[in-house]
Design a protein around this ligand. Sequence first.
Ligand SMILES: [Zn+2]
Length: 328
Amino acid sequence: MTPIDSSKMTKQPLPTIYPLIDTHTHFDAPIFEDDREILAQQAHKQGIHHLVLVGYLYQHFERMYETERLLNKLSLPTTVNIDRQNVSHFSSHVAVGLHPFYITQHTDNHLMAMAKRIADQRPLAIGEIGLDTFTEAMKTPDIFAKQVRFFKAQLDMAVTHQLPVMLHIRKAHAEALAILKAHDYDAHKLGGIAHSFSGGTQEAKAFVKLGFKLGVTGQITNPNAKKLRRAIQAAVDSYGVECLVIETDCPDMTPIMCQISEHNSSVTTQSSDQERGNAPVHNKNVPANLPWVLLSLSELLNVSPTSLAKQLWHNSCCALQTKWVYPL
Ligand SMILES: [Zn+2]
């Protein structure tokens, strides 16, 4: 293959379309209100076949289900493959979860209502859940203890309903790993994704060893994200490309070549710590940007995008416990 130098990548039309699964989005966020249908069509054109809407606040669960219904009703062009299967479809799926960053907003009623909702309307997964000590306030013992309690309670739900989890772990990898090791949740059996993985090499390997896939975002497109690139490379060296999935985490984590602002380095400082929809509108990340994550990863790992796309599809199905048929 010809190596692709992502530092020189510009947002040109893609020469090849690869079938992809966006394993983590907030495409239900208000920032997409005006152009969601157009963006879904663009995503579909760029090869996105499945998109997961991931929960963070109880009050928005209904909005996610509404978005799912809207997206799944869209009439998008379909194509058939040589086996006459209808392959070019686009569907969205919901994961529900109470995000650790918003811990002060969650109540025990939310937990109970979430448990009931899961029993009534089985989601694709539970997420995003985990631990986050990004700010000083979140390190205070009572706030952190509440994060731990909600994390464990949602892991319990995952076990009860045999659902995969989507982890959000930031600056609390050791604590999260200790909880996961002691818990009945078995990612080798139930799947699961360490979304927008941000730890170092040892943590990357530790999550994979527990059975989780590492979720790679647009951060990988930044040549300066050296720690992340090293961690992903090391996990692949030890466990193979089988340990990865990709995601946009839109509207955050815009790939560097898709950023319009002159301050391209902002990709590393973007975070999911704001209420969704506060990202600058001109620079919001969209599901159609996912192929750039694939291409950067392809270059980093020296694996052809064609075989990487197929492997990532398989990995996503494995992590989400689905059997979506690869379209090619
Ligand atoms: Zn997220």
